[in-house]
Write a protein that binds this ligand. Structure first.
Ligand code: SF4
Length: 258
């Protein structure tokens, strides 16, 4: 994918997420107005916090395009632009699309999964198949959604062939992208989905059962671990456990269930 296609793809994602006034540039030097962001930080039933991001910044990409918007939006665009052609590990050669993440730049909660699957690889977006639909339903139950107050991404940005488990060296090589995303997003809470994401962020080899129902920390950010929605599709009885974890998550950020 060319750099132009990468930035266009990123900005298209932002439009899909509600940034309706984002204007895709038609020529180098055209300004991208990313001012109109979806209202973020609000968990249903709670007063939305003041939006620091209302200040506007701009960045001129190497191809002359100008991205304007909140500091977080501009920094995410820069990161997407810098890393979208990454080939640090072998997955860079086999992927269809680099799957950066989706959501709002001033997210209250960042959800981190394992790696893109087949549908994600085709579309370039995380959690778009049946597992993603189930995740969206569970998030809606506690007033969270990717268009308002959530950002969703994976530890790996490229699909492992055949949906095999990520290799330790792939996780190591890809981790700087996730770390930078979290530095930019500065969420109030991280929720990991599945064992790999929890182990990667907590640098632990503990099993899933030992990591659930505790409040961990990633730096100064509280982190809770829950099951991956793909696991829930195979084990419907675990849905209630994830609902309970998400209620705890909502309590931590002062939203529904709190
Ligand atoms: S998985 Fe991560 S490290 Fe590997 S090529 Fe993709 S972006 Fe780069």
């Amino acid at each position: 994918m060319s750099s132009n296609e990468l930035i266009r793809h990123f900005l298209t994602q932002q439009i899909e997420l509600g940034g309706s006034s984002v204007v895709l540039p038609r020529a180098p030097g055209t300004e991208v107005d990313a001012e109109s962001e979806p209202r973020a930080g609000a968990v249903a039933g709670a007063e939305a916090p003041a939006r620091e991001e209302e200040r506007t910044e701009s960045w001129t990409a190497p191809d002359g395009r100008v991205v304007r918007g909140s500091a977080e939006r501009v920094e995410l665009a820069k990161l997407f632009y810098e890393e979208g052609s990454c080939t640090r590990c072998a997955l860079g050669a086999s992927r269809t699309r680099f799957v950066f993440g989706t959501g709002v730049p001033d997210a209250t909660v960042v959800l981190v999964g394992e790696a893109p699957g087949a549908a994600e690889d085709r579309q370039g977006l995380p959690f778009v198949g049946p597992a993603g639909k189930l995740l969206d339903e569970l998030l809606a139950g506690v007033g969270l959604d990717r268009a308002s107050n959530v950002f969703i991404c994976n530890v790996l940005k490229c699909r492992p062939p055949g949906n095999r488990d990520p290799l330790p060296e792939e996780v190591e090589l890809c981790s700087p992208i996730l770390r930078r995303q979290l530095e930019i997003l500065k969420p109030s809470l991280i929720v990991t989905l599945g064992r790999f994401a929890a182990q990667a962020l907590l640098r632990s080899d503990a099993p899933m059962g030992a990591m659930r129902r505790k409040i961990h920390s990633y730096g100064e950010i509280p982190l809770i671990a829950t099951y991956h929605p793909a696991y829930l599709l195979r084990n419907r009885q675990a849905i209630a456990e994830v609902e309970a974890d998400l209620i705890e998550a909502a309590k931590l950020i002062g939203g529904e269930g709190g």
